[in-house]
Ligand binder design. Structure first.
Ligand code: CA
Length: 165
């Protein structure tokens, strides 16, 4: 799983990258806001750790720009413990979760796994899923309908709402 770390403070960034690599993530680091926006928008990451306090463009603005551009990569924001208003604003801007500084290394990886798991579930629910005879088929089972000679009208595509039971 590939994670982009956006953090301008070198010591914290180094810690984060090390924690992530120890826990089996592939971690890339960006300390520059424009570079971070570009990479988050154009490269494929499973999740992004985003510091809110960046020198030129703040983290919340970068997040808003990603979401406006249709980038749905899960984003966990890093904030100081007393920045609750910034935290709320960032969540409203499309952040998926947050971790406060100073952080515990176990919490970083656990929250990343959580948002990645959740986003994978949402992606599956938005894709083509088919239910037949008690078996759920994913979008990779393209030939299922042909194999079972199912008429298109007899196959019911499922939506995210079907999973909220
Ligand atoms: Ca910072």
């Amino acid at each position: 799983m590939r994670v982009l770390v956006v953090e301008d403070e070198k010591a914290i960034a180094k810690d984060l990258v090390q924690i992530l690599r120890e826990d089996g993530f592939v971690a890339d680091w960006s300390c520059d806001d424009e570079d971070a926006f570009f990479r988050g928008a154009n490269e494929s990451f499973d999740a992004i750790l985003l510091d809110l306090g960046l020198p030129a463009i703040d983290g919340k603005t970068i997040l808003e720009r990603w979401r406006e551009a249709g980038i749905t990569t899960p984003v966990i924001i890093l904030t100081a413990r007393d920045d609750w208003k910034d935290r709320v604003a960032a969540i409203d801007a499309g952040a998926d979760d947050y971790v406060t500084k100073p952080f515990h290394k176990e919490e970083i990886s656990a929250r990343l796994r959580f948002v990645i798991r959740r986003s994978a579930g949402i992606a599956a629910a938005n894709g083509a899923l088919w239910f037949r005879d008690g078996i759920l088929y994913g979008s990779s089972d393209k030939d299922v309908a042909a194999e079972f000679e199912i008429e298109p009208t007899r196959v019911t595509p499922m939506t995210a709402a079907d999973f909220i039971l």
